[in-house]
Design a protein around this ligand. Structure first.
Ligand code: ADP
Length: 504
């Protein structure tokens, strides 16, 4: 029982491995056939094979017809030889009859035979003109016939002149025997040659007929096989197409499921981030408040404790910023920004942001180029500060060698522009397209060297877009980066109304 089971499994394995071995080839053929080029090539091949079959059949039919024509030609030559012989025999018989009886009917028969025999010999000469053996015989025959007819004509003339005895003497004497024998010999030779030709040509025609028959059978069988093969392939191609469509449908369902699962996972992640950030924000705010309180009472602390309090303050601030980022990122995925738009000066806001950040990184060179006159925009102050702060913090973070950072604020037509340029590590070209995606970090921003979540630029882009503006980046790895933000400029403020004239 056990052994039988083993045997069955081994057999099945063999079948499976054989199927596996043949499947790639079948798949390849199927793929070729399913492609438009494969189908065209297959059709062309089929037409070429059918055409060559038809050509072979046509050629063998032509050979058969030509053999048949040769047989008919030989038969025609034989008939012409026999006809000429018969005419001469007739002329001679009529001559004999006329000499013996003087009957004019014999004379007419003779005349008719004598008139027709030369044209018939000329026809015979034409028919055998391609045969070098027969041509001299035919020519000799024509000459001998003239001689023979002259002899016959002479005896007839004697009889007509009433000299029957003289004419009969010539006939009995058999004077033209040599000519008659020579003629007979040529006729026999010609007949013999044509009969030999007829036998050979008949045999050739018969074998050509058999070859044509065989070709017809083979070509028909090959055509039938080709058409059956083509039908099978067409049927398989359609079946393949149907299977592909089915597979595509299945893949689509899988893809939809995977997409739904991925969306659910992203939703769960956002929910978790939002919850965690929310939960972190309250204790962090309290911690920050207490640290700031401690900092106001710095003088009551020992110098070492003072440094500790400052460090705790920085760390807590950083944690709170991260929590805010997480909260923003999860909110932005679900709702649009709630902005409190007011008229403000972008140049002043940039200067303030630079001053604040310089406090946290003493010794960093940040140059600001901005006009004294305000560059007004309608914006949410806190959000715009967040944008400026984020770009400046990135410029500092990703310039570990301390290169100069340049901040420019300017107005270009109806746009207000904030540009932050650094000479830091730059961004690889293929990372630029993803830079504003959530949680994206360029491959050269190694987490061991540069901390971060990959959320800042995403939030910046959403804030800028919420203001009707746009952000773009130009960068080269190892050279530096330039981030440009453009916002709609607010219309110029109306001039203050002139003071009323004092009444007289
Ligand atoms: P984070 O800095 O926290 O990683 P961001 O969203 O602010 O996240 O930036 C996304 C990525 O863009 C960074 O990880 C970094 O690879 C790249 N990046 C942003 N600013 C700069 C810059 N000034 N120089 C070089 N790379 C930058």
């Amino acid at each position: 029982m056990h052994e039988e089971g083993d045997y069955t499994t081994a057999g099945a394995d063999a079948v499976v491995s054989a199927t596996r071995r043949t499947r790639p080839r079948a798949r390849l053929l199927e793929a070729v056939l399913l492609s438009r080029r494969g189908a065209v090539l297959g059709a062309a091949l089929l037409i070429a094979l059918l055409g060559s079959n038809a050509l072979v059949f046509l050629l063998s039919t032509q050979t058969l017809l030509s053999q048949e024509r040769w047989v008919a030609h030989t038969q025609e030559v034989l008939a012409a030889v026999n006809g000429s012989m018969a005419r001469i025999t007739n002329a001679e018989s009529a001559q004999r009859g006329y000499i013996l009886t003087g009957n004019a009917a014999y004379l007419r028969t003779y005349m008719a035979a004598a008139r027709e025999v030369q044209p018939e010999l000329a026809t015979l000469r034409c028919l055998i003109s391609d045969n070098a053996t027969q041509v001299p015989r035919a020519d000799q025959l024509r000459a001998l016939t003239s001689e023979k007819l002259a002899d016959l004509g002479q005896t007839i003339a004697l009889r007509r002149a009433g000299q029957q005895a003289q004419a009969e003497a010539i006939v009995l004497d058999d004077r033209d025997k040599a000519v008659t024998d020579a003629m007979q010999q040529r006729f026999d030779a010609m007949t013999g040659t044509e009969l030999a030709l007829l036998r050979r040509r008949d045999a050739d025609a018969r074998s050509a007929a058999m070859a044509t028959q065989a070709t017809l059978i083979l070509a028909t069988a090959a055509d039938a096989l080709l058409l059956a093969g083509a039908l099978l392939l067409i049927q398989r191609t359609f079946a393949g197409r149907a299977r592909l469509a089915e597979e595509r449908g299945r893949l689509l369902v899988h893809a939809q499921q995977a997409r739904a699962e991925a969306e659910a996972a992203v939703e769960a992640r956002d929910e978790f981030l939002s919850l965690a950030a929310h939960e972190l924000r309250t204790p962090l705010t309290a911690l920050l408040g207490n640290t700031q309180l401690l900092q106001t009472r710095r003088e009551t602390l020992a110098p070492r404790d003072q440094r500790l309090v400052v460090a705790i303050g920085r760390g807590t601030e950083r944690l709170r910023t991260l929590a805010e980022y997480l909260l923003d990122a999860s909110r932005l995925g679900q709702t649009t920004l709630d902005l409190d738009l007011r008229r403000l000066d972008l140049a002043a806001l940039a200067r303030q942001a630079v001053a604040e950040i310089e406090d946290t990184v003493p010794g960093r060179a940040i140059r600001v180029v901005a006009p004294r006159a305000p560059i007004a925009v309608e914006a949410d102050q806190a959000r715009l500060e967040q944008v400026a702060h984020n770009l400046l913090a990135n410029a500092i973070k990703y310039s570990p060698d301390g290169g100069e950072i340049l901040v420019t604020v300017e107005r270009a037509a109806d746009r207000a522009r904030l540009v932050v340029v650094d000479k830091g590590i730059g961004i690889p070209a293929d990372a630029l397209a993803h830079l504003f995606d959530r949680f994206y970090r360029a491959p050269n921003a190694s987490p061991h060297m540069y901390s971060g979540l990959g959320l800042g630029l995403y939030i910046v882009r959403e804030i800028v877009a919420g203001h009707g503006g746009a952000i773009r980046v130009e960068s080269a790895e190892g050279v530096g980066s330039t981030f440009v933000i453009e916002l709609p400029a607010a219309p110029d403020a109306p001039a203050p109304a002139p003071a009323p004239n004092p009444s007289p």
